[in-house]
Design a protein around this ligand. Sequence first.
Ligand code: AMP
Length: 563
Amino acid sequence: MNFEDTGLKPEIIKGVRKLGFEAPMPIQEKVIAAMLNHRSDLVGIAQTGTGKTAAYGLPLVHLIESGQKKVQALILTPTRELCIQVADDITKYARYSNAIEVLALYGGASIENQIRGLKKGVHLVVGTPGRLRDLIKRKKLTIKSINTIVLDEADEMLSMGFKEDLNAILAEAPDSRQTLLFSATMPREIAEIADNYMNDPIEIAVGRRNVGAETVDHVYYMVNASDRYNALKRIADVNPDIYGIVFCRTRKETQEVADKLIGDGYNADALHGDLSQSQRDHVMNRFRIKNLQMLVATDVAARGLDVDDLTHIINYNLPDGSETYIHRSGRTGRAGKKGVCITIIHSREKGKIKMIEKKIRKTFEQKLIPSGTEICEKQLFRLIDKMETVAVDEKQIEPFLPVIYKKLSWLSREELIKHFVSLEFNHFLDFYKDAPDLNILQKAKKSKKKKKSKTTHNQEFSRFFINSGSQDGLEPAYLIGLINENTKKRDIEIGKIEIMKKFAFFEVDSDYADRIIKGFENAEYAGRRVVVELAQQKKEFGVIKRNPKKKKPGKKNKKSKKK
Ligand code: AMP
């Protein structure tokens, strides 16, 4: 379907094109039809990122009669930020439409100015429930002549305590209006509002109900609670181009995590309710324009912060309910882009992950917190890439070059490279020298194995060769991670692991030998192809000196891991 087929006025379509929208998103097709054609009430289960603002905003602009200077449409939003965002978006849709006045009315700002704005004559009002009710009570805003009312993020409005205000506003609006309600979730109170104030609404769902976006990968890392912050740092270090929100549980924790990150030299800041409105605006603005890479925030403070191209959402702890998880993860992977939602958990929280998996009908991938070596490698190659592609302004540096060449002439090409790289990179190498393994997985597997070795001593193991070793940063925990990742199975019994400089051997339950071979067919580690073969073929390396009578390769091997 094209925008031209929707019935929207050409000047609105022109505005839409100016925004770069090519075709209507699925929710837009449905909502535009409901608003322009059959005018039935509508309940839309949709998260932010689905295109719902334009879905109701475009037809609202279409329906406004600019000759009549009275409020014809009302949009209710939970937060000031979303209110401003929606008003801005609608103003953009109306860019080529004749003199349509849009006004945002929210709490925490001068009511006098807003009253003055209303007096000038407004066609469309976007507001937060408390402030709207106040203005209606003061008789400064009348909604008696509205044709359409939109409740955006209705579940958020309820969870922020606006139920009474909502009911009062809905009761005040004329019965003849069309009501649209959008909500990411469908708690009982929302159904009640639909029952009480809506007229046989059609229900549409974008994506599946209560399900996160398809384009989001869900990942968790398991560490001891005391390692949480260090795990966060490593996640940030291994994703140097991260642009994301780190969600914390409390305002205090939010500030603490942000302070630590700032102190450790990260481009981060805090957003929470203890900050003044102007501080919050300042932080949000820095984040929007990408002056900030990581925003550490509480759920409430981050509401209404509408940023589309977040690469990551990080849950510093697991949120209490799966609804919150869905809401948070829905902030990445928007408008068809890929996103990653990362959760840091401790060992007793796996059950909660299972519950969320059920809700979102997607599986989480357990990843291992990268080792110091892995992070250094990533950062180092990023630096090299940057060095390769940096713009060189020949003209500007030309005058300085002769002196520089002379000064550095005692260094060979290789030495010169080493010096430049070290200059930028030494702090990373220093920091991660002898960095401990933060993963619980390794420890958990060890203890599991100890227990099992008593009962499964007759189990047959097959022994494999892998062409990566300690010089590639391979450690037992990574190897286990690689096996899990490539076999897509987490409970394969793993036996002895021996890591040499250039290669390694590992044993797994023989029942899974084929799965290992198949799983590693196209596997990669540290940027290169991994070769995994049954170890017997590699005997000629002469590395493994085992007594064939006592320990036949692939038979009854003791399940211990070499560190
Ligand atoms: P929303 O769900 O309203 O927050 O919209 C999510 C994002 O999708 C916003 O950045 C919109 O600008 C963008 N968007 C909305 N409709 C379209 C469309 N038809 N084509 C491309 N992008 C769109």
